[in-house]
Design a binder for this molecule. Structure first.
Ligand code: ZN
Ligand code: ZN
Length: 201
């Protein structure tokens, strides 16, 4: 049991890093936004992920499995624990964990991560252990009755498109925008603007 918890903690630490990158880097956000679009957060939102995001998690877990071993009881327990906990933390329940809130992620805490309100943006990335958010300064403890609306602002990509081609469409638009910008910068590049100036602009 202790080994399962240790494995779970290391796993959550790693997924925390990946999860923060998915929110911080527009290129990676395109594979994660589908998970965040659900406006009525519920258990079905947990597996609602783009296949590239699932692939990233699998690739990310391989070194952990190599390190801890794939068949060891703790690994089996942890792999059972993560999905089950994922369904619970996405449940559409008005369920706060009271004094246990900073100890284990529950539906209310993870709802903050999915909140549509700006004050909750980029908070509560951990899947199991809120202490990771506490240590890295991304923890938000909800008030007892705080159950914000969920979803993303702006255009929704829809189910089929979101689960399949959306990131590729977005990446192509990003590349085109970058190429257009580079073209527009070219006359100025001969002048005083260095690399930094062009990036900041
Ligand atoms: Zn997220
Ligand atoms: Zn989620």
């Amino acid at each position: 049991m202790l080994l399962a918890l240790a494995f779970g903690f290391v796993w959550d630490l790693c997924q925390y890093g990946l999860h923060r990158l998915q929110h911080a880097i527009p290129f990676l956000w395109e594979t994660h936004r589908f998970h965040h679009e659900e406006t009525a957060l519920n258990v079905a939102a947990y597996p609602r992920s783009h296949f590239l995001a699932v692939l990233a998690v699998v690739l990310f877990n391989l070194p952990l499995v190599a390190l801890f071993g794939a068949q060891a009881p703790h690994a089996v327990a942890a792999f059972l624990m993560f999905p089950l906990w994922g369904f619970l933390s996405h449940a559409n329940l008005r369920l706060g964990f009271g004094p246990l809130t900073p100890l284990v992620v529950g539906p209310q805490l993870h709802r903050i991560h999915h909140s549509a309100l700006p004050e909750h943006r980029d908070r509560n990335f951990a899947n199991l252990f809120p202490v990771i958010d506490i240590v890295f300064g991304t923890y938000y403890r909800p008030a007892p009755d705080e159950y914000p609306p969920t979803g993303t602002a702006g255009e929704r990509v829809g189910n089929l498109r979101g689960a399949t081609v959306q990131p590729f469409i977005a990446w192509r638009a990003m590349l085109a925008a970058r190429r257009g910008k580079r073209g527009a910068d070219r006359p100025a590049a001969a002048g005083a603007l260095g690399w930094r100036g062009r990036r900041a602009g």
